[in-house]
Structures are given as C-alpha cells and as structure tokens.
Write a protein of this length. Structure first.
Length: 553
C-alpha cells in the first residue's frame, strides 16, 4: 500500500477521533501516516516481560523512522514460573486466549494498518502468533529474549534447578544454605527462562514459522544489541505494510512443519504441540497430533540444550543462534528452505547467513546428532484414545510398567512426593487437571521437579491430563485426551492398577478388562466444576480438547 491516512483518522467526520488522539500527543502529520499497533505484553511481575516497555521505545523509533505512526497498547501476561504449583497456574493457558482476543479487539477497534507484537513469557508468544494469524494484517513478532544464566558451584543454572532443589531439599540431600543460594542466584535479571523451555521453544518456532525474523529472538534480553533488533523490527513492519505481505501468506503447511522440526531438533517443550495446533487453526490450516510424531521421528536431535542437555539459550546465541540451527537442518535436508519469512527472503536464504562460532558444542556437526530422532512422541491406547504427548529427549527409558498412584490434583501428588511416599516403579497419575477439568491445564513442574530432586527421576513415571513445563524432564506423559473431567479413561484409574507405557509401540494402556472398565464408568460421576462464575467458568464451557489445541473459538 502507499502511505495514506487510516480510515479511523481521515476525513472531516473523523475530527472527534483526531481531537482525542491529539490530546495524547499525536499530530496531524502523525495521523496521516499508516497507524501501527504495538501490542506490548509488558508486566512488572517477573523477569520474562519486565524489559519490554524499554524495548518498545526502540520498536517505535524504527516505525517512525520508516514512515509510520506507532500506537502502543498492553495486554495481560501470567508468569508460569511464579504461579507454578498454585491455584494461579490455572490462569496461564487461559491467558493465551485472552491475549489473542485482546490484541484482536484493539487492532480491529482501531483499524491498524500493521501490527507488531512484543512477547516474552510462555503464553504471550503463542497468543501473539494466534492474533497475527487471526487478524491477517501485516505483522511481526518480536521476542524479548532469554535471561542470562545464574551460577551455582561454577555451573550455569536456570529456574529448572530451583524447582529440582525443592525436591532435593525435602529429601535431605541439599542443605538450607545451598537451597537459599540456588534461589538467590538462578535468575540474575530480565529475560525469559534460560533453557529450551516453552518460551525459548516457541521463540525459535516463531522464527522457523516465518513470523519472526530468524535470529531476532536469539539475542538475549539484556544484550545491548537487542535495541538494534527492536528498531529493525519496527522498520520491518513498515516494509510489510507497503508490500502487503500478510501472516497467512507466510503460515503455510511447509512453515508449520518447519516449526515442528525446530521443536524436535532442540528438545523443545511439549507445550509447542498445543500452541502450533492452535496457531494452525487460526490460519485455517489443519494440524494433527500424528504430524508431530511423524516429523519428530524423522528429525535428528542436533541441539544440546537444557532441560535434557547441557547448555542454556544464551550459549546457543554465542554458538550461532537460531540461524545456525536452521542452517544445520537445511544441510541435513530436514526442513523446507523455500518457505517465505517476514524479511521477504526465504528461510534458506536467511540461514545461509548464519555464522558458526569455531569450537562451539551447542549445535552438533552435520551427521553427528545427539539422537537420530527428535524429542516428541505421541502415545495412544486404552488410557489415551485421542492421544497424549511425551518428550523423550531427556530420558533413555523406552518402557515403564508399574502400579498407579492416583491423585485428583497436582497439590495432592506434590504432597506425596514431599512426604516421600512415592516409591521406585510407581506411576504417578494426576487427573482432573485438563483444559476443562483444571480448568486451564496446569503445568506439573512442581511435581516433576520434586520427583527428580528426590532422586526418583529414573525410576518413576508420571501421567496426566494436564501439561508440563518446558523445564520438565523424566519419564512423563501429558495432554492425555479425552481428559478425565470429560469422561476419559483417566477418570476410572484406581490405586494399584497396572499402567504400561511403551514408547517404541507408542502405547499408553491400563491393564484391566473391558468389563471392569465398563463397570467403573457406570459407577463414575464427574466432579463438580471448581468455578461457576467468571472467566474460568466461561473457559470450561468453551475450551476444546488438548488434542485439538485447547482453543476456545
């Protein structure tokens, strides 16, 4: 498009709108230029998004320099790391929908010509991508970047080590002084959690999807160069407005498969399954659980990142960042380099500019992956007729058969771990924590971290209709569908039932007969909903199954 005034502010009839906009500092000249929404997910609660207000200054400078008028607005954000293990964690996945909806409302309400979304923590990234796909106005996603690692005993640590320290401290294998030191040193400043947890997973996926510039998210939150990245993003959105290139031109089947591949090769978070299905749906495309299993199976695990590996996100940046990951995957013929990106160049062209730091060990050499296949597998069976999700990048076990220890909430399971009543061989079953039953499908990092910290990570399995943090490691199966509150088989599991998890066969089963299962279902009644009013009650009525992305629209 050529520069023109926005319909919101153009013409004699729009004088009232112009008068109100002039009251907050916009000039006649400003209002004749393309209006660019700057959707900021800044929040003062937690480090992930804390710096985005400062970053927005540079984004807006880039927009102005390129001939546009930025209009910044804010939306909500919930910190998973802070709310984990509490009632507040139920708000996290719900917030993804609110973020997308609120960005949509402000953008449609003001008729923005373009949109740039500043994101940091876990749900802001998919919420921003969903909004861009839904609105289909020229737009850019900008990730605020990773936090620097903390240090404890000369080793880099992240929030993952704090969660695991809870279990170690409860088990008596960590002193009070060590426990306090880890808490104090794990998070040294602004930025999203430092491993390949959900935020960094989705940041990389957004670049492989093409809606964020390759390498823009790799630059850490506190790196002085982040200001340059932000200014460039502001200039880029203006180029998109003028060229007319829109998100749905970029979100193709090939782009979605590239994004899944990036998750698999980095040992990324299982939450990416939920989010990419939701993003595909907003773009009018179909994505199934089976696609993740198929793509992960063919994708080598090339990147050695926490929680299953050795390195943190800032070390990936030092090694060559996401461009190096893309270059390696193109060399391995694992992704489609012809896919379009918001830069106007293909993913392959962007990856060709990657610079690999000599001697780096984060991204493995071509033909020498950590594992021949990626970290995601999809299991089905008598306990998960509609599927479930497992990450195997951090475990060598392929089977587990053991007695069920059944809990109707995350809190009850966490208490059992802390009291050391979970034993080697057990299968911890946490139900009524799904999208509807929770509601909000809480993450189980408190429980999984405590299990690892208690020394049970290699001998205990955990299954749930809830989900996991990207920092979770161990033999864990989540997203079980149908969920217990909607009559899934999880609802009728009893203490002592034998649960079988077989990764090679992609099976998740309970060893009871059909007649016994029918009898238990006949005796089962659904628990009353935890909330009957407010946003949670609305969410329960609207939300879809985890196997369909847990969307509300």
């Amino acid at each position: 498009m050529s520069d023109r005034g926005n319909p919101l502010t153009t013409g004699a009839s729009r004088a009232p709108a112009r008068a109100m906009l002039k009251a907050v500092g916009f000039s006649d000249a400003d209002l004749k230029k393309p209006l660019i929404g700057v959707a900021n997910t800044w929040i003062e609660i937690g480090p992930c998004n804390y710096h985005l207000r400062d970053l927005a200054v540079h984004v807006k400078a880039g927009i102005r320099a390129a001939g546009g008028t930025p209009m910044e607005f804010n939306t909500v954000s919930i910190s998973d790391g802070i709310t984990m293990g509490t009632e507040g964690m139920r708000a996290s996945l719900v917030s993804r929908e609110v973020i997308a909806d609120s960005i949509e409302l402000v953008t449609r309400g003001n008729g923005f010509d373009g949109l740039i979304v500043l994101v940091g923590c876990d749900k802001t990234i998919p919420g921003g991508l969903m909004a861009l796909a839904r609105l289909n106005v020229p737009g850019v996603l900008l990730y605020g970047g990773s936090i620097a690692p903390g240090h404890f005993h000369d080793k880099a640590i992240t929030i993952q080590e704090v969660f695991e320290a809870v279990g170690a401290h409860a088990a008596g294998s960590m002193t009070d002084a060590e426990f306090c030191a880890i808490e104090d040193q794990a998070c040294p400043g602004a930025g999203a959690c430092g491993g390949q947890f959900t935020a960094n997973t989705m940041a990389v996926a957004s670049e492989f999807l093409g809606l964020a510039a390759l390498g823009s998210g790799s630059v850490p939150a506190t790196d002085p160069k982040k200001a340059d990245v932000a200014r460039a993003a502001g200039e880029r959105v203006m180029r998109l407005v003028r060229s007319g290139l829109r998100p749905r031109d970029i979100i193709t089947r090939a782009a979605l498969e590239n994004a899944i591949t990036s998750v698999a090769t980095t040992g990324g978070s299982t939450n990416a399954v939920l989010h990419l299905i939701a993003i595909a749906r907003e773009a009018g495309l179909s994505l199934e659980l089976a696609d993740f299993d198929r793509i992960s199976a063919r994708t080598p695990l090339y990147v050695d990142l926490k929680p299953s590996g050795r390195f943190v996100a800032t070390e990936l940046h030092q090694a060559g960042g996401s461009p190096l990951v893309a270059k390696r995957l193109i060399e391995a013929k694992a992704i489609d380099g012809s896919a379009q990106t918001i830069t106007g160049r293909t993913l392959g062209a962007e990856a060709a500019d990657a610079v690999e730091t000599p001697g780096q060990e984060v991204v493995r050499p071509l033909g020498q992956p950590l594992k021949p296949s990626g970290g995601l597998v999809i299991l089905r069976g008598s306990l998960a007729p509609d599927g479930s999700v497992m990450k195997i990048s951090g475990t060598e076990r392929m089977t587990h058969r053991g007695p069920a220890r059944v809990f109707d909430s995350e809190e009850a399971a966490f208490d059992a771990v802390q009291r050391q009543t979970i034993k080697a061989g057990d299968v911890v079953v946490i139900r009524y924590e799904g999208p509807s039953g929770g509601p909000g499908m809480r993450e189980m990092l408190g429980v999984t971290g405590a299990i690892v910290g208690a020394g049970l990570g290699e001998t205990v399995a955990l299954i749930t209709d809830g989900r996991f943090s990207g920092a979770t490691r161990g033999f864990c199966v989540g997203h079980i569908a149908p969920e217990a509150s909607r009559g899934g088989p999880m609802a009728i599991v009893r203490d002592g039932d034998t649960i079988v998890i077989d990764v090679d066969q992609r099976k998740l089963d309970i060893e009871i007969g059909d007649e016994a299962m029918k009898q238990r279902f006949a005796e089962w009644t659904c628990p009353a909903p935890r909330y009957t009013t407010g946003v949670f009650a609305k969410y329960v009525k609207l939300v879809s199954s985890a196997s369909q992305g847990a969307v509300t629209g």
